[in-house]
Structure formats: C-alpha cells, structure tokens
Design a protein. Structure first.
Ligand SMILES: [Zn+2]
Length: 238
C-alpha cells in the first residue's frame, strides 16, 4: 500500500510562515477553572498536566455550557511538555514503521507529521506545547464516552478526519454536537483529527487566515517534570 497522501490541511511549510506574537498569557488549571470539564481516559502512560492558556480554558468552559443537557466535554489533554511530545512522536513513528516497513523515511515523515507534530521545529512549536491546543471529546453527563468513530475502531486512522467517510449516523451526530459547541466558543478544528481543537496557536491562525498567532511554546512557572518521564523511549499506550 502506498503512503496515504499527507493532509493538505496544515503543512508545516505553511505554518512556519505565520509569525508568533507571544502575548504572555499564563497557563491555568482548566479543571480548577471549570470543574464541569471531565478528564477523559489517558491514551498514553505518563503524568498528564491539566493546563491550558487562560482564554482557551475559558472558551472550553463556555463550550461545555453550550452543549445540550445530558452532555459534557471530556478533555484528553491540553498543554503537553516538550519531552512528552518528543516521545509521542517516536511512538507514532514506530507505529507506522511497523505497519509499513517498506516506506522510506521521507514518506514516513510525511505521514507521521500529519498525526503528531514534529517536536523540534525551530519556527513551528508543536501546538500542545503552546497551551493553545486541546484534545477533547464528548461524554454523557455521567462521564460515559460517546461513539465518535463507528464503524471504525477508535485507533483506525481512517476515522480520524472530521469528515471521515462512511461514519455511522451516531458518530456523525456526536461529532457535530462537539463541533457546534467548540466552534461557537471560538475554537477551530484541525480537520485531520476531529478531537484536536485550538485557539491562539499557528494552526488557529492558519485556519482563520489571521496574520499572526498569539501563543508560542510555553512552560509552567516552577515546573518540575518527573525524572522518569524525561527519557528517549517512545511513550507506551495506556
Ligand atoms: Zn491534539
């Protein structure tokens, strides 16, 4: 099988031309700001932070309030540490390489970059390291995950794009509820991943044809990562 075509949605070559005018807004704990937000199950084994830029956390909270009753937003992850991004990129690289050992490194890189941001680009910080991007899905008020992907398995890349083909009626409905609430709150979606939304980062600027982004890479004040997580090993799935 030839490599799938890279997404035309947000190439690094376009993002790198968008300047970042860092506004200096701090990261806040989105669960403390908005206790109604659920923390969804982890996808990988590591200590997740519950941080986002303040405006993003406020908009997420507003989106949650816009949902029809009986639903809540379930956040998978907001801000992500650079060393975790590096390990996640490696895990994604290994996943694709194991399935397509005949692909060249260049072909692999095009595909991997579509699903995980390259960790060390000088002018394009990975969106989650800016605190402007958030992975978020929809759950019932009681915290049960909803169907976002049938008839595909959750990990099937064919189910990832927002406009994935041949989704079930239920999965389409879940996605449209999610998209309506987040879109009305001013977040925009990376179309290759229905769960990835952002405000203020280069992807958001690109999607909205804005002249600049307002969030670059950031780290929390007095931040002390756990020593066992600063590693060169790929992340393991949870
Ligand atoms: Zn994401």
């Amino acid at each position: 099988m030839p490599p799938p075509l890279p997404s035309p949605a947000e190439p690094v070559s376009a993002l790198r031309r968008i300047p970042i005018a860092e506004c200096g807004q701090p990261l806040v704990d989105f669960q403390a700001l908005c206790p109604e937000l659920l923390l969804d199950r982890p996808r990988y084994r590591y200590q997740r932070e519950t941080l986002l830029r303040r405006t993003v956390a406020e908009r997420l909270c507003a989106a949650n309030r816009r949902l029809p009753s009986g639903y809540r937003l379930a956040v998978i992850e907001g801000w992500r540490a650079p060393h975790i991004q590096r390990r996640m990129y490696l895990a994604t690289w290994n996943w694709w390489k194991a399935r397509h050992p005949q692909w060249s490194d260049a072909a692999l890189r095009r595909v991997v970059n579509r699903f995980t941001a390259p960790p060390d680009h000088r002018r394009v910080p990975p969106p989650h390291t800016t605190g402007g991007a958030v992975d978020v899905m929809l759950a019932t008020a009681g915290g049960t995950s909803l169907d976002h992907h049938s008839p595909y398995e959750a990990f099937d890349p064919r189910s990832y794009p927002m406009n994935a083909l041949e989704l079930s009626e239920e999965a389409r409905r879940t996605r449209s509820l999610l998209a309506e609430a987040l879109g009305a709150a001013g977040l925009t979606n990376y179309p290759s991943e229905y769960w990835h939304w952002s405000y203020g980062d280069q992807g958001w600027a690109y999607r909205g044809s804005r002249a600049q982004a307002i969030y670059g890479a950031v780290e929390p004040e007095n931040w002390n990562p756990r020593p066992e997580e600063i590693s060169d090993d790929p992340l393991e799935t949870a």
